[in-house]
Design a protein around this ligand. Structure first.
Ligand code: SF4
Length: 669
C-alpha cells in the first residue's frame, strides 16, 4: 500500500509517497506541482524518527520530582482541573498557550480556539521567531502576509533576487528550481553576509554586513529612482506613498552607503538596474531578513522594492517569504498568534464579532503575550501556567536562560509532544502525541497551498493525534465541541477563515490548492494582487536605516549569526533521531573565517569558547572562507551547545521577534 502525504520538515511542502509498514520506500510524488517527484535528503531519508525507541508512549504526571505513567483519563482530568483552578484564582490572562507550526491547521485552530474560549489572547507559536515580521510587514503594505505567487510561476521569472536566504540548504527543492532556472540563463542576484551555494553561481553576489538590510535595499532604490527606472504606470495606478519614499531613498547613495553596508557600490548599482529592467523579477527571502529587531521594516523595504519596480501581481514576479517549518503559513492563517484571530482578523477589529457569533462566545479583544514575552512574564510571576504543543523553546528561543527561569517558575506546565525534549523534561503533565505521518489533517505550504496530510503509520503505545488531545482538553476546560474527526474541524475552519471557504478534503486532494479558495476562485489563486490589493492601493512605507540592537566593540569584536544547516531541522527533535541525518552532521560547530581564525590562533576542529553579553558556550571551530571576516555562524539545532544562550532579548517593536542574526561575540581559543 502506498500513501501520498506531505514532508514533515520545511515549508516548501513537498509531497511524498510512502510505501511499506515502516516506510521502507519513500519517493517524491511525481504529480505534485511543488516538487515534481523530487525530494531532498530530509524528505528521502529523514523519516525514521517515527520509529525511534524513545518516542513518548504513555501520558505522564510528575509527582515527587519523577514522572509516573498514568491513564489518559487521569492525565486529562488532572491537567484540566489544575488549569481551571489557576484561571479561577488568577484570571484567564495568567495562562498561555503555545501552538506549533509542526502541527496541522486543524490542531492549530483548536489550540487558538481553546485559548480564546478560555478568555485570553495569550496564544502564539514559533512563527513569532521566524516570520512574524512577514505577516506584520506585508499586511501593512499589501494587505496579505503571504507569498504572492507559486513555486511553479518562478519558471517565468527573468530575474531572481535572493536576500537573507540560504535557499539550497533551507528549502532545497526551491533552491534546485533556482539552479535549474539559472542554468537556463536567468539573472540571479544574491545578497547575503554568508557566501551561500547560490552566491557561487550568481550573476551578482553582494556580501554585506549583517543587520544593514534597510541601508542596502534603500541604496538599490536610490539607483532605480535616480535613473528613472521605476514602473511609473504601476506606481500611479496601484500604489500610494511614492513621493515620500523617493524623498527618503535620496539619502542612500550606494557609494556613501558602502561604509555602512560593506556592499561594493558598483554591484549594488548593477543589481538595482537588473531588478528594475529585467522583469519579471521575483524576490525571495527568509530569516536573514526577518530575525532582526527591524525585521518588520526589512520586510516593508522588500515590499517597497517590489512595488517600485512593478514586480508584483504577475507570473514570475512577486515576493516569496520562504517559510521555515512545514506549517508556519497554516498556523498563522489559523490565528495561532497573539494579535490575530483566524484569517488575520486583528484582535481589536470589529470583524471579531463575526467570529463571536460563529463560536457563540464573547471573545478577548486585547493583544495577548507574544511567545517571546511569555517566559519573562512567567519568570515575573504574571503567567502561572503554559500549555505547550510540539515546540522546544529551551533550544529554539532567544535568551534561553530567561526561558528556563520562566518555566521553572510556573505552577503548571503541560507539554504535548512526540519526544521527551529538553523542554518537556520540565513539564508537570506530558501528553504523548502523534507525528504528522500518524494522523490526518492539512498543512499550508510557503506558497499558500493547502495540502492533505494522510495517515501512514499507527502511533506507538497510547500516543494520540494532537487534535484528539486538544478537543479532550477543550471539552473539559471551555465546553469545546466533541469533534469526531479532523475533517469536521476543517469544515468549521472554512466558515471562519474566508480564504479557506471553498476548500474541502475532497477537492484539495491530491495536489492541494492555493488560497484564497472561494466561490470566485474555486480552483484557488496562484497569483495574488493580479488586479487589486485587499487594501485597495498598496502602500510604500518610508523606512530609515537604524543600526541593530547591539554593536561590536573592542571586546565583542565578531558578529555571530545563527541559523540551520542542510541536515538538521529546528531543535533537532526529529532530524537528530534520524540515523542518516545525524551521521552527516553529528555535532555542533561554529564557522569562522580563515583569516579571523589565523588572527586568533584557532585551528580547524579546535574547541573554542564563544562569549556574548548574555552567555557563553564551548563549541568546535569550523574554518571556512564562505563568511566574511568579522562574522561567525552557528546552527541552533544542538542542545549540547545551545547558541541561543548567547542571543539577547531585545525585540522588534511590532513583530516581537528577537535579533538572532546580529549577536556580538568574542572567541577565546
Ligand atoms: Fe521536505 Fe523541504 Fe526537503 Fe521538500 S525541500 S523534501 S519539504 S525538507
Amino acid at each position: 500500500m502506498s500513501v501520498v502525504t506531505v514532508c514533515p520538515y520545511c515549508g516548501t511542502g513537498c509531497q511524498i509517497v510512502i510505501e511499506g509498514s515502516k516506510g521502507q520506500r519513500v519517493s517524491g510524488y511525481s504529480l505534485s506541482p511543488v516538487n515534481h517527484g523530487k525530494l531532498c535528503v530530509k524528505g528521502y531519508s529523514g523519516l525514521t524518527y517515527n520509529f525511534s525507541d524513545d518516542r513518548l508512549r504513555y501520558p505522564l504526571i510528575r509527582s515527587n520530582g519523577e514522572f509516573r505513567r498514568v491513564s489518559w483519563e487521569e492525565a486529562l482530568d488532572y491537567a484540566s482541573k489544575r488549569l481551571l483552578e489557576i484561571i479561577r484564582k488568577y484570571g484567564a490572562d495568567a495562562v498561555a498557550f503555545q501552538s506549533s507550526a509542526k502541527c496541522t491547521n486543524e490542531e492549530n485552530y483548536l489550540m487558538q480556539k481553546m485559548a480564546r474560549l478560555v478568555g485570553t489572547n495569550n496564544i502564539d507559536h514559533c512563527a513569532r521567531s521566524c516570520h512574524s515580521p512577514t505577516v506584520a510587514g506585508l499586511v501593512s503594505t499589501l494587505g496579505a502576509g503571504a507569498a504572492t505567487g507559486s513555486i511553479e510561476s518562478l519558471g517565468d521569472s527573468k530575474t531572481f533576487f535572493i536576500i537573507g536566504s540560504n535557499t539550497t540548504e533551507q528549502h532545497p527543492i526551491i533552491g534546485a528550481k533556482i539552479i535549474e532556472e539559472r542554468d537556463r540563463g536567468k539573472n540571479l542576484i544574491v545578497a547575503d553576509p554568508r557566501r551561500t551555494k547560490l552566491a557561487d553561481i550568481a550573476s551578482i553576489y553582494i556580501q554585506f554586513r549583517p543587520g544593514t538590510d534597510v541601508a542596502l535595499l534603500n541604496s538599490m532604490m536610490f539607483v532605480i529612482v535616480n535613473e528613472g527606472l521605476q514602473d511609473s504606470k504601476f506606481i500611479e495606478e496601484r500604489t500610494k506613498g511614492f513621493p515620500a519614499l523617493s524623498r527618503e531613498v535620496e539619502k542612500y547613495d550606494p557609494v556613501l552607503m558602502e561604509a555602512v553596508t560593506g556592499a561594493p557600490s558598483d554591484l549594488v548599482i548593477k543589481a538595482a538596474r537588473i531588478i528594475a529592467e529585467e522583469r519579471p523579477a521575483a524576490i525571495l527571502y527568509a530569516m536573514g531578513i526577518t530575525q532582526h529587531i527591524h525585521g518588520t521594516e526589512n520586510v516593508q523595504s522588500i515590499s517597497n522594492l517590489a512595488l517600485l519596480t512593478g514586480n508584483i501581481g504577475k507570473r514570475g514576479s512577486g515576493i516569496f517569504p520562504l517559510r521555515g517549518q512545514n506549517n508556519v503559513q497554516g498556523s498563522s492563517d489559523m490565528g495561532a498568534l497573539s494579535e490575530w484571530y483566524p484569517g488575520y482578523v486583528r484582535v481589536e477589529e470589529n470583524d471579531v464579532e463575526r467570529i463571536e457569533k460563529l463560536w457563540g462566545r464573547k471573545l478577548p479583544r486585547k493583544r495577548g503575550l507574544a511567545l517571546s514575552e511569555m517566559f519573562e512574564a512567567a519568570a515575573d510571576g504574571k503567567l502561572k501556567a503554559i500549555y505547550l504543543m510540539g515546540e522546544n523553546p529551551l533550544v529554539t528561543e532567544a535568551s534561553v536562560a530567561d526561558v528556563e527561569r520562566g518555566l521553572d517558575n510556573l505552577e503548571l506546565f503541560i507539554v504535548q509532544d512526540i519526544f521527551m525534549t529538553l523542554t518537556a523534561g520540565k513539564a508537570h503533565v506530558v501528553f504523548p502525541a502523534s507525528t504528522s505521518l500518524e494522523k490526518e489533517g492539512t498543512f499550508t505550504n510557503t506558497e499558500r497551498r493547502i495540502q492533505k496530510v494522510n495517515k501512514v503509520f499507527d502511533p506507538p503505545g497510547e500516543a494520540k493525534p494532537d487534535w484528539w488531545i486538544l478537543k479532550e482538553m477543550g471539552m473539559r476546560i471551555c465546553g469545546m465541541r466533541n469533534y469526531s474527526s479532523p475533517e469536521e474541524i476543517f469544515n468549521e475552519i472554512r466558515t471562519v477563515v474566508k480564504n479557506y471557504s471553498g476548500a474541502t478534503y475532497q477537492n484539495i486532494y491530491p495536489i492541494g490548492k492555493q488560497w484564497p479558495i472561494n466561490e470566485n476562485a474555486p480552483e484557488g489563486t496562484e497569483i495574488l494582487h493580479a488586479t487589486a490589493f485587499p487594501i485597495g492601493r498598496a502602500e510604500f512605507k518610508v523606512i530609515q536605516y537604524r543600526s541593530p540592537a547591539e554593536s561590536v566593540d573592542e571586546y565583542f569584536d565578531l558578529i555571530m549569526t545563527t541559523g540551520r544547516n542542510y541536515y538538521h531541522w529546528h531543535s533537532g527533535t526529529m532530524s537528530r533521531r534520524t540515523d542518516i541525518l545525524e551521521r552527516e552532521s553529528p555535532e555542533p560547530y561554529i564557522e569562522i573565517n580563515i583569516k579571523d581564525a589565523q588572527r586568533l590562533g584557532i585551528r580547524n576542529g579546535q574547541r573554542v569558547t564563544v562569549k556574548s553579553r548574555h552567555g557563553s558556550m564551548s563549541i568546535k571551530a569550523s574554518l571556512t572562507d564562505s563568511i566574511p571576516e568579522g562574522v561567525v555562524f552557528a546552527p541552533f539545532h544542538f542542545e549540547e551547545a545551545r547558541v541561543n544562550k548567547l542571543v539577547g532579548n531585545e525585540l522588534d517593536p511590532v513583530a516581537k521577534i528577537p535579533e538572532f542574526k546580529v549577536v556580538p561575540v568574542r572567541l577565546i581559543p
